[in-house]
Design a protein around this ligand. Structure first.
Ligand code: NA7
Length: 546
């Protein structure tokens, strides 16, 4: 057994294996925040539900992401379910930005409190899913030999769940351990006294680098693209903080349902360009407050280059103020894409870490990585002796987990083939040709652009209401119209094109994976919730239900 498998077995908290062949009303794939809520809601509807989860426990991305420093980049009080007032009262976050163990505990608490574990087959990965038109059912097969037949299939497989492991020449020859941040082993990894390299400076790299630097003898960071990062100003949460947040959260909850709500607000397009001084002063305030507030400084920060440019300059100025070595500061300063159009990083002492004498930044744009060797990493000009290598290289985001399964819909069409030119889903919820298959936070929905827990809630509630209404009408089959789906995806593309989002090579558009089609996947328009609620009210416009 590998270390990961051992840990997984030790961590197993679930009972005996259920029967290998089973029938149910709904199968839910994935037991992250989307999946466990789906199991809860669908069971409330009176459906027989089976959950399938590759990990040994619930938590999804928070089960796998255990690297030092793994932390939420949204304030904990907002990164919480809203559907259970009891849960909200009973759970108390300890910090402004919760760390991974606490978020995982939260998911576990939810599973226990609402008795969800018994419905879930852990340590089980779905390999295939086949639609049968005659019986109007899906048959899912797993790597454990299970076969599950269900009328409805809910794919809650996550947006950031398939690690991107770059094909670095010679990687397999490296004599030391190689870790991926998105698949971190259980148990303590002790880097004390070691020479460690981190490849990748996205959120995961930015979070883990300061912590590895605290213990490592030498830390070398290999950076391909610098990222905008703002301080989190993380701190313990007091009772007063919790009380003060309650009305803010309530207001935010209300705003979510309005036609104007969105990462890019509706008034972005005709908002004035504020004076540079006005902008700078506001950014200073938000920098002091910490967190991602800078992206809400002005309505047009994500649509107007003149506004965004000042924000970029502001952050670069901060980097230069923190990082003492001028060359390092320049290399760490993003210059070729707008702020906020790759997910902004929220850090604790990231830039200051480069002032430590044993930490070095290697700018791969100046000094490309040639190969990994038995003993370290070689660039075009130098070699670095290493004891351990950390890949903080991100994910095959948004579609990776769906593409990892063989999903065959109507007429045997494979989802991979249907998405060969890029993913397409009506409202980000369902795909034409794949009846009765729902995707939680799928491509074409806001998903990763905002607060993904709330995006999961929204989709699960929409799916539950849809199935409830179908049952009331005696309907058993739902599929989006091809034209409705095409129209929606054109709207998704149009919404992105009206913003600065397409100006970065981000994982939002698959740019981090070689050969992945470039399609801007999340929906960045306004009023998504309002819109899908209206579609439901208009008897599920754009769907064929029978
Ligand atoms: P990200 O944000 O995709 O970051 C991955 C980083 O790894 C990024 O700096 C990449 O550079 C770098 N990378 C990827 N492949 C390579 C190779 N081959 N060589 C060098 N560098 C490479 O993933 P994270 O895990 O940090 O964060 C994902 C999300 O999790 C985040 O947005 C939050 O929502 C939470 P690139 O930018 O592609 O040039």
């Amino acid at each position: 057994m590998t270390g990961l498998e051992q840990a997984s077995a030790a961590d197993r908290v679930n009972g005996a294996r259920p029967p290998a062949v089973a029938e149910c009303d709904a199968v839910v794939v994935g037991a992250g925040f989307g999946g466990i809520y789906a199991i809860y809601r669908l069971r409330q509807l009176g459906l027989r539900v089976i959950g399938i989860e590759a990990g040994a426990d619930v938590g999804g991305t928070w089960y796998w992401n255990r690297y030092p420093g793994a932390r939420c980049d949204i304030p904990s009080l907002f990164y919480s379910y809203t559907w259970s007032p009891e849960l909200r009262q009973e759970w108390r976050w300890s910090e402004k930005y919760a760390a991974q163990p606490e978020i995982l505990d939260y998911a576990r608490r939810v599973a226990d409190r609402f008795h969800l574990r018994a419905a879930i087959r852990f340590d089980t990965r779905v390999t295939t899913a086949d639609w049968d038109e005659a019986s109007r059912s899906w048959t899912l097969r797993t790597d454990r030999g299970d076969s599950i037949v269900a009328s409805y299939c809910v794919m809650a497989t996550g947006n950031l769940s398939v690690p991107n492991k770059p094909k670095l020449r010679g990687l397999e020859r490296f004599g030391g351990p190689v870790y991926h941040t998105g698949q971190w082993p259980h148990g303590e990894i002790d880097f004390s006294g070691q020479r460690v390299a981190v490849i990748g400076t996205g959120s995961s790299g930015v979070q883990t680098i300061p912590l590895i630097a605290k213990v490592a003898r030498r830390l070398t960071v290999f950076q391909r693209t610098p990222n905008y990062s703002v301080p989190s100003r993380n701190a313990p949460l007091s009772d007063a903080d919790v009380a003060a947040a309650e009305p803010v959260i309530a207001k935010y909850r209300e705003s979510l349902e309005t036609p104007e709500f969105g990462r890019v607000p509706a008034n972005a397009f005709d908002a004035p360009v504020p004076e540079r001084d006005v902008q700078w002063t506001r950014y200073e305030e938000l920098w002091e407050q910490g967190g991602g507030g800078i992206l809400t400084a002005f309505p047009n920060i994500l649509t107007n280059e003149a506004v965004n440019d000042v924000a970029c300059e502001f952050v670069r100025d901060k980097i230069r103020g923190i990082v003492k070595d001028e060359t390092t500061a320049e290399a760490l300063s993003p210059k070729d894409y707008p702020l906020g159009v790759k997910r902004i990083c929220i850090d604790s002492d990231y830039f200051a870490t480069y002032n430590l004498p044993h930490v070095e930044l290697v700018d791969l744009r100046e000094e490309p990585l040639e190969a990994v060797t038995e003993t370290g990493v070689a660039t075009a000009t130098r070699s670095f002796a290493l004891d351990a290598l950390v890949l903080a290289t991100g994910y095959d985001a948004m579609t990776g987990a769906l593409a990892a399964m063989e999903i065959r819909g109507r007429d045997g069409t494979s989802l991979k083939a249907a998405w060969a030119d890029g993913p397409s889903a009506y409202l980000g919820l369902m795909v034409s040709g794949f009846p009765n298959l729902f995707v939680v936070t799928g491509p074409g929905s806001p998903s990763v652009i905002g607060n993904v827990i709330h995006a999961c809630e929204n989709h699960v509630e929409w799916i539950t209401a849809c199935l409830e209404s179908m049952r009331a009408k005696g309907l058993t089959r739902i599929e989006p119209e091809h034209d409705a789906e095409r129209g929606w995806m054109a709207h998704v593309a149009d919404a992105a094109s009206r913003t600065l989002y397409p100006k970065a090579n981000s994982w939002y558009q698959g740019a981090n994976i070689t050969g992945k089609p470039r399609v801007f996947m999340p929906y960045v328009g306004q009023g998504y919730r309002h819109r899908i609620a209206q579609i439901a009210q208009r008897d599920y416009e754009g769907f064929i239900r029978r």
